[in-house]
Design a protein around this ligand. Structure first.
Ligand code: WT7
Length: 634
């Protein structure tokens, strides 16, 4: 594991909140709130009061069958009802709920009332297609209003959505649709990216040849390409056609607090992605509470989270969090630097964004173009900034703070995961900040750094990041794979604590410094990708006999792939083959798999049982000590 402690230690300043932030803070006393959160069951019981329940829970936490925890036992609730219908009765009725903007400068606004009507129409349409509570609906859509309508309609009728990021490939889509046994696929003609229209329908078409569970494919006409009704196959139908004539009323399904809300696949240490299962009430409480407290969401805010809904960040903080708070969420489709590297700052100025949340890789990318782009715009509407996805290097933190935040906005460095559902370690607006640290666990959450035996490590020393108590928005299991759920998260460290798979250390103030993954998972531009997924993509090419990949640090992406390949007889790693391999891996895995370098080797370091020792490759690559190599065969 790379230890970037030295770099981090160079930035020693502590950034205190200013008067304006302090005055508006929802939580004024950080320590006091953390103290309250120590009684975590009561703390989270209290946070559930913010919603409209069909039936109130009888018990906040059932931990009698660890690690299968249950929250808000006996409660009946519907998320879409709380995110949309609830606001129709208030003066938020005509407030903009969704502000969709794209890189072409087009916009679409949906008020809560308009959103309500569309969600209901689409829920009726799904019901007519035979979709019932508990059915799975796969969604392969770009950032567009129909994506949000689709998810909320599923939630309203109790169907389980499974979003597949629109940048993923045919293979990934097939795998996820089949694992979920989805009845419906919702996709679109295409998406906009850097001035081009990217076809999604052809990916979906290719995937559908291998997905027998799908009965209907719903196609959103998003980019207005030339697909006509006559081009559709018997099981395909346009989104618009389905909505026509549907009633704008739909009664929300009474969901049990523990009914599954959605599946979201993420990479782990094996080639097979994990289907993370989130349930209804706990997830709602987690996302709404954390967003309100960390970003101080008030009436009048315009919230912009730049993540794609294909990832957990988009689920929790583009859609569900802000709508559960009755806020306005900006949904952006496009690249950060198109038509020019001032694109995002232009949007901030034009619409008056107040809270802005993005990834360190995006900041580093935009930083490269210099401060002249943000300087062109009036960014004074911004009050709080945030980051997520990977550790932020202090240099990028300072740039963000100065050039985007004008030294007025605290930066919320939020640590969490697909599995945690909502923020775990994060400052609050009143927290004194140290650039590069996500500070301490949020009230109601107890994180720690321990050794392999579960004992706390001394301050300043690296160890495994764990969460010691259950929390409402935690994953409940891995879809169809309870063993993997137990083994991955609850067996790594003794004592039934949640092992996050990250390496971290704590400093003298109890602040956490996350250093990276401890497993064979890479973080490329903040996206998780398993080394074994990349390796199997390589070996599916005829030229490759064996492959091992490791992460190599990259100034913008954080990490990129470095591959070591044993080629088959008759192949040579010339420029032509390198290009071909790059294309092949991209086709197999999608643009998330950014290749840094490919190296041809004669052998790979393996254990006697044949497992590739990536640790040895990493150590060699970085010129580090090899550590214990007693199990090394060659
Ligand atoms: C992994 C989870 C849920 C957010 C999007 C990524 C890394 C996430 C931070 C942060 C340092 C971070 C961790 C974590 N990570 N946020 N603020 N500082 N590292 O979700 O794909 O499930 O990845 O992202 O390594 O385990 P994900």
């Amino acid at each position: 594991m790379v230890d970037d402690t030295d770099v981090l230690l160079k930035e020693k300043r502590i950034f205190k909140p200013n008067e304006i932030i302090l005055g508006k803070a929802i939580i004024k006393d950080w320590e006091e709130e953390i103290e309250k959160g120590k009684d975590y069951v009561n703390y989270w019981a209290d946070k559930a009061e913010q919603f409209t329940w069909f039936k109130k829970p009888e018990k906040t936490l059932d931990d009698s069958n660890k690690p299968f925890f249950k929250w808000y036992v006996g409660g009946k609730i519907n998320l879409a009802y709380n995110a949309v219908d609830r606001w129709i009765e208030t003066d938020k009725r005509n407030q903009v709920a969704i502000l969709y903007v794209n890189e072409r400068g087009e916009e679409e606004k949906l008020t809560y009332y308009e959103l309500y009507r569309k969600v209901n129409k689409f829920a009726n349409a799904l019901k007519n297609l035979g979709v019932k509570k508990g059915d799975k609906v796969s969604v392969y859509l770009p950032m567009c209003p129909e994506l949000i309508i689709s998810l909320l309609a599923c939630t309203k009728l109790g169907a389980i959505h499974s979003v597949v990021y629109s940048g993923l490939s045919v293979m990934a889509l097939v795998e996820r649709v089949n694992d979920a046994e989805a009845k419906i696929l919702i996709t679109s003609d295409g998406t906009y990216r850097r001035g081009k229209v990217i076809d999604l329908k052809n990916v979906a078409d290719e995937a559908m040849l291998q997905c027998s569970s799908v009965e209907t494919v719903i196609v959103v006409k998003h980019t207005g390409t030339s697909i006509q009704t006559s081009d559709l196959s018997g099981k395909e139908v346009f989104f618009d056609t389905l909505m026509e004539g549907e009633p704008a009323e739909f009664e929300a399904e009474e969901m049990d607090a523990e009914d599954t809300l959605f599946l979201l696949y993420t990479s782990g240490s094996t080639g097979k992605p994990k289907g993370v299962v989130h349930t209804t009430a706990g997830y709602m409480v987690g996302v709404a509470t954390t967003l309100r407290n960390v970003f101080n969401i008030h009436d009048g805010d315009l919230w912009w989270c730049t993540a794609d809904v294909g990832w957990i960040t988009g689920h929790s903080y583009v859609i569900y969090g802000p709508l559960l708070l009755g806020s306005t969420t900006l949904v952006y489709e496009g690249a950060p630097d198109y038509p020019d590297p001032g694109a995002w700052w232009n949007i901030v100025e034009k619409y008056g964004v107040t809270k802005f949340y993005t990834a360190p890789t995006a900041i580093r990318h935009l930083m490269r173009y210099g401060k002249k782009y943000p300087k062109k715009y009036n960014l004074s509407s911004l009050k709080i900034l945030g980051t997520v996805g990977e550790p932020i290097n202090p240099e990028a933190w300072i740039w963000y703070h100065k050039n985007i935040g004008r030294e007025q906005c605290p930066i919320m460095d939020t640590w969490w995961q697909t599995e945690t559902g909502s923020y775990m370690i994060s400052p609050l607006p009143v927290t004194p900040l140290k650039p590069g640290s996500a500070t301490r666990s949020l009230p109601g959450i107890e994180a720690d750094v321990v050794d392999r035996d579960g004992k706390p490590v001394p301050l300043g020393k690296g160890g495994h990041l764990v969460i010691k108590n259950p929390w409402p928005s935690m994953l409940r299991t891995l879809y169809k794979d309870e063993d993997r759920y137990i083994n991955t998260y609850w067996k790594e460290i003794p004592g039934c604590v949640y092992a996050a798979g990250d390496i971290a250390r704590k400093d003298e103030d109890g602040y956490f410094w996350i250093q990276g993954r401890s497993d064979d998972v890479l973080k490329i531009a903040g996206h998780r990708i398993g080394t074994s997924e990349v390796e199997s993509a390589f070996v599916s090419h005829p030229a490759v006999a064996e492959a091992a990949v490791i992460g190599k640090s990259d100034p913008i992406k954080g990490e990129v792939i470095k591959a070591f390949l044993i080629l088959r007889e008759g192949y040579n790693l010339d420029t032509k083959l390198i290009e071909e391999l790059k294309k092949h891996v991209r086709h197999e895995l999608g643009p998330v798999a950014v290749l840094g370098a490919i190296k041809q080797v004669d052998s790979l370091p393996k254990t006697r049982s044949g497992k590739i020792m990536r640790r040895v490759l990493r150590a060699r690559e970085l010129g580090e000590d090899l550590g214990d190599t007693s199990t090394l065969e060659e």
